[in-house]
Design a protein around this ligand. Structure first.
Ligand SMILES: N[C@@H](CCC(=O)N[C@@H](CS)C(=O)NCC(=O)O)C(=O)O
Length: 201
């Protein structure tokens, strides 16, 4: 397995975290997104969408989209439930992550770390409001259950952990979400957990 990635990417971290949990060896190929390294003709041949993470499989197939990669790798393992409804609930949280969480929490964090670019302070405020709305949805679920799917740690938790655990870097106040904070600790205490900075090998 070969993972094309950028270390500061939460989307990439999801995949690195699951690979560590699954104890799967892989080669890490770093691409600097700020230097446009995911927009070269060679990289676009792997992922026409020009983004990391991309996982290259044993047969050379390139798989993009972090949550699709999680779904692929977790198939047949305890990280993805086997019954139909629970699999769909895992997807429910992963689609939520991509539509209602990542575009706000990850993007605001990126702006604060790398500069606003063409965005305005008003854009930041609007996205922060929506980010807080996503955190409220998670808090409600995590008040009733230890993990997003109930009692078992799964790829739904990995997908949402990636940007929630660094939400403070975007200026989000997590003190308002005590159950989410306890869940963050629970996820970090899972055996084989690795941090966002961890590299394989
Ligand atoms: N929906 C995609 C988003 C991937 C994404 O936004 N990747 C960013 C880094 S977090 C990237 O590669 N940006 C470089 C670019 O757009 O040129 C996923 O979940 O994998």
């Amino acid at each position: 397995l070969r993972l094309y990635d950028y270390m500061d990417s939460g989307n990439g971290y999801k995949v690195r975290l699951l690979l560590a949990h699954l104890h799967l060896p892989y080669e890490l190929v770093e691409k600097d997104i700020e230097k446009g390294e995911t927009r070269t003709p060679e990289f676009l041949a792997l992922n026409p969408n020009g983004r990391v993470p991309v996982l290259e499989l044993e047969d050379g197939t390139a798989l993009a989209e972090s949550n699709a990669i999680l779904y692929y790798l977790a198939d047949g393992t305890p990280y993805l439930p086997s019954d139909r409804l629970h699999r769909a609930q895992a997807l429910q949280w992963m689609f939520f992550e991509q539509y209602s969480h990542e575009p706000y929490i990850a993007v605001v964090r990126f702006w604060r770390r790398h500069g606003l670019g063409e965005a305005t302070e008003r854009d930041v405020e609007q996205r922060m409001q929506r980010g807080y709305a996503a955190l409220e949805v998670m808090e409600r679920q995590l008040t009733a259950h230890p993990f997003l799917l109930g009692n078992a740690f799964s790829i739904a938790d990995i997908a949402l952990y990636a940007y929630t655990h660094v939400a403070r870097q975007g200026g989000f106040d997590l003190d308002r979400f005590p159950n989410t904070q306890m869940w963050l600790q629970r996820v970090a205490q899972e055996p084989r957990h690795v941090t966002m900075e961890h590299k394989p090998g």
